[in-house]
Every structure is written in structure tokens, then in C-alpha cells.
Write a protein that binds this ligand. Structure first.
Ligand SMILES: O=C(CO)COP(=O)(O)O
Length: 249
């Protein structure tokens, strides 16, 4: 699976232009890849109408529960009602931006509620540079993953994204070996703490400075089941990243 996270970017005009380019995507009938685009919530409906069905649409956040007097928020019910299938939850920018500071607990609440309302959920985890340098990569990712795993009863609609924070928007992509090492560790954790079946079936995407230049090597790693792409998903050659998974298993 390949996701494009447009973050807080886009105008009507830039989205029309980008969607026209993305609409040229042709995948073989046996293509083994799902594609999801997550524009801002404001642009989600417009993006849905501009892209062919091969693209699924997501948003980048949702509220922790039922809607109501929560100024500025969007509930899982609203997202579902608009025909949007996916929601990204717990992106590092929401975990770490000082005015947001979403906790593991908040993220777990969002995951549980969005799944209950029938959305497909892409929770994100990943360590900071200082955590990696302190040898805490596995500890941090396990903690974040545990909070999510405790909130999930059925993994069918969950795709996990591993996004090391030091690789996001920095151009410092994880090496294929670094990505593979963490993905394999996460899968082993899921096998030990959830089930062997879930570990085998759950897709774990890598995110952080993925581009048309580095996607090929990363896609060959056995435990890297796809990408969640930021900056490079705002450009027409995002299609190259999608196609790196066209025939990968
Ligand atoms: O945060 C990301 C996707 O969610 C990754 O962003 P970049 O691809 O711009 O590094």
C-alpha cells in the first residue's frame, strides 16, 4: 500500500493540477498495491471527485469520539458520512508539535473510535533522533505500538505506518536496512503480543523522505509493505513511488 499525506498543503488550483496528473496512473489488472491520498479535511471531498476510484481517500486526523461542542474538530462519523474511507492517526506532527502534543492515550482513543465507526485506520509511530541516538528506538516504538494494539480488536482495517521522526521532511531517508530492522522488530512484537496471524497479514508502511529516487530499494525489503509519503506525494511523479509496489509482494 502507498499513501500520500498532503499535510496542510494545497489550493483548489494546485489540487486540480495534481489530480489531473495522478489520474493518468495506470495499474495492471493484477497490480498488488492499494493507494490512498490524504488531503486536508477541507479538500477531501473535492479530491475524491477529481481522482479515479483506484485512489482511496483519507483524512489526516479525527476527533477522539462522538462529535459535539468541539470547535475545529471533525468526527469519525462525519468522515464516514462524506464517503471518506481512511484516517491517519497519531502522525508524528500531531504527537510532537508543541501546541498539539497528542499522547499515546489520545491516539489510542481515536483509533478505537474510528474503527468502531467503520473507518480504515493508519496509525503512525516512530522515534525521535535523540531517542534513536540513545538506543531507545525499539522501546519507543513498542510503547507507541502497544497503546495502539490495546485499542484494536480487529486488525482487518488497520495499516501501520512506521515514520522515524528524524526522516520526516528532512531528506534523511532511513536506509533500507534501518527500515527493515525496525519493521521486522515491529512484526515480531505483533507476533508475540497480538497474534502470529495478525503479524503475517498486517501491512507496515515506511514513511520519511520517501521519493522516486529511493523507493525502489526500500520496496525490496521483506517487511516494508509500502510507504506513507509526504512531500513527494505533492508532485506528479508520486506515481513512480506507487509503481514501485505494483508488482512487489
Ligand atoms: O510524514 C510523512 C508522511 O506522513 C513523511 O513526510 P516526507 O515524505 O515529506 O518526509
Amino acid at each position: 500500500m502507498v499513501g500520500g499525506n498532503w499535510k496542510c498543503n494545497g489550493t483548489k488550483e494546485s489540487i486540480e493540477t495534481l489530480c489531473a496528473s495522478l489520474s493518468t496512473l495506470e495499474l495492471p489488472s493484477d497490480a498488488n498495491v492499494e493507494v490512498m491520498i490524504a488531503p486536508s479535511s477541507l479538500h477531501a471531498t473535492m479530491t475524491r471527485s477529481l481522482l479515479p476510484e483506484v485512489y482511496q481517500i483519507g483524512v489526516q486526523n479525527c476527533w477522539t469520539g462522538k462529535g459535539g461542542a468541539f470547535t475545529g474538530e471533525s468526527s469519525a462519523e462525519m468522515i464516514k458520512d462524506l464517503g471518506i474511507d481512511w484516517v491517519i492517526i497519531g502522525h508524528s506532527e500531531r504527537r510532537h508539535l508543541p501546541i498539539l502534543k497528542e499522547s499515546d492515550e489520545t491516539i489510542a482513543q481515536k483509533v478505537a473510535y474510528a474503527l468502531e465507526k467503520g473507518l480504515k485506520v493508519m496509525p503512525c509511530i516512530g522515534e525521535l533522533l535523540e531517542e534513536r541516538e540513545a538506543g531507545k528506538t525499539n522501546e519507543v516504538n513498542e510503547r507507541q505500538l502497544k497503546a495502539i494494539a490495546d485499542a484494536v480488536t480487529d486488525w482487518t482495517n488497520v495499516v501501520l505506518a512506521y515514520e522515524p521522526v528524524w526522516a520526516i521532511g528532512t531528506g534523511k531517508v532511513a536506509t533500507p536496512e534501518q527500515a527493515q530492522e525496525v519493521h521486522a522488530h515491529l512484526r515480531a512484537w505483533i507476533s508475540d503480543n497480538v497474534s502470529v496471524e495478525v503479524a503475517q497479514s498486517v501491512r507496515i508502511l515506511y514513511g520519511g523522505s520517501v521519493s522516486p529516487k529511493n523507493c525502489e530499494e526500500l520496496s525490496k525489503q521483506p517487511d516494508v509493505d509500502g510507504f506513507l509519503v509526504g512531500g513527494a506525494s505533492l508532485k506528479p511523479d508520486f506515481i513512480t513511488v506507487i509503481k514501485s509496489y505494483e508488482t512487489s509482494s
